[in-house]
Write a new protein. Structure first.
Length: 418
């Protein structure tokens, strides 16, 4: 049985290893469009490789998988974060978990993960063909989809045949990235960017570049979409996990609005206006003779606090003891519902993630095989599944790669005994 895997990313490489382990006689070739396999894995987590998450702090899967939550709930039972942890440690990669649940190799080096996967592919006899951008996947069998012809974009590369195809080509920034599947008739969802920071052109807050608030909440006004976590002020606008998570949840809405939206920031995390009033009242009671500028909540720095005072229309030279109820209300509003107008997005480092891909309705949720084109499987970001930052996208890659590999290996074993 000839297996063609399109894409040498996390899902494709992981699946190739699993297929060969489960069915050593399978002929597995991975076709990668670029020159380097696992390119995104090498830069994820700032080069440290946030390869999964403990999920200990996850209250609901919908909060970390804006799309594909139901599918992931099912598949994580087959291969979840504990399984991924054990799999990598069994290969000699020692892992460590941070308090926020993010899991990294103890070496803090993404290349350890890259090296481990490539070594296992070679050891198990997986062929890796780089510089092979697939242009078309064409069913070519008596029953319509039992055998495939893989065509390549580069001249001089002869088409290859395969009995089974696993599409693990990753996220595509453009709809054309899914055009190779047109001959199969597989339904796709137009991709749009996910996980990006927001631009605030001309806003004075950009003068506070480098300021970090460890626990803030960002929400899109007029919607129920919100996300919490560290927030970073940049020279172009806002970034950090709170903004990146919000961008994942609001990816399609922001895309349809041309990346223009009003974003409300709660600088006190998930505290409401009443909680903010209590914080302000305590500051006033403890510092009656101090100026507003010199006493502020511990989670904020002096520069950001001055900015917030200005947004509230208050005089920083005013003494806390002179603060009336009206002034307190203004300050509470500025702390918990500080509005900014986003106009544009900025790609988050090299970790480009998209939502969209192969529509989940056309995929068997138990095997990840196409319902309409037997023998065609999909895994990783090529599926319309995407997670927020924090190791969830790589976990989806390991999980879907494992599930697809198990189903493919089963077909291979049956084929070998027929």
């Amino acid at each position: 049985m000839k297996i063609a895997i399109i894409g040498a990313g996390a899902a494709g490489c992981f699946a190739s290893i699993q297929i060969k382990r489960l069915c050593p006689t399978a002929d597995v070739t991975v076709y990668e469009s670029g020159r380097k396999p696992l390119a995104k894995v090498s830069v994820t987590g700032g080069g440290r490789c946030n390869l999964t998450n403990t999920f200990d702090n996850v209250r609901s899967l919908a909060s970390v998988y804006p799309r594909g939550e139901k599918l992931m709930k099912r598949l994580l039972k087959e291969f979840g974060p504990t399984d991924a942890w054990q799999w990598f440690e069994a290969e000699g990669v020692r892992l460590v978990a941070q308090p926020d649940g993010c899991v990294f190799p103890a070496s803090q080096d993404a290349m350890e993960i890259v090296g481990t996967l490539l070594r296992l592919m070679e050891r198990n006899g997986v062929r890796l063909e780089t510089g092979h951008r697939v242009s078309l996947v064409t069913p070519d069998g008596a029953s319509g989809c039992n055998r495939f012809v893989i065509s390549f974009a580069a001249e001089g590369l002869a088409p290859r045949q395969a009995d089974i195809v696993l599409v693990a080509s990753g996220g595509s920034p453009k709809a054309a990235g899914m055009a190779m599947l047109a001959p199969t008739g597989v339904a796709t969802v137009a991709p749009v960017p996910s996980l990006f920071s927001l631009c605030l052109p001309g806003d004075s807050i950009t003068g506070l570049t480098g300021t970090v608030v460890k626990h803030a909440t960002a929400s899109m006004t007029g919607t129920k979409l919100k996300a919490s976590g560290p927030l970073l002020i940049t020279h172009w606008g806002m970034s950090g996990p709170a903004i990146l998570k919000l961008s994942a949840h609001a990816a399609r809405l922001l895309h349809s609005n041309g990346y223009k939206a009003d974003i409300a920031i709660n600088w006190l995390g998930e505290c409401n206006a009443q909680d903010a009033m209590e914080t302000i009242a305590k500051l006033a009671a403890d510092n009656p003779k101090k100026q507003l500028a010199s006493a502020y909540p511990a989670q904020l720095n002096a520069r950001l606090w001055m900015h917030i005072i200005g947004k509230g229309g208050l005089n920083p030279a005013m003494r806390w003891g002179e603060m009336g109820r009206k002034g307190m209300n203004k300050l509470a509003a500025a702390l918990t519902a500080d509005i900014y107008h986003a106009d544009g997005k900025c790609r988050f480092k090299e970790e480009f993630v998209t939502c969209g891909g192969v529509a989940l309705g056309g995929i068997n949720p138990s095997t990840l095989e196409s319902r309409s084109c037997p023998g065609l499987f999909v895994a990783g970001e090529a599926l319309d599944v995407n997670g927020v930052t924090g190791g969830f996208n790589l976990q989806a890659a390991w999980t879907t790669g494992h599930v697809a590999a198990s189903a493919i290996a089963k077909l291979c074993r049956h084929g070998a005994t027929d």
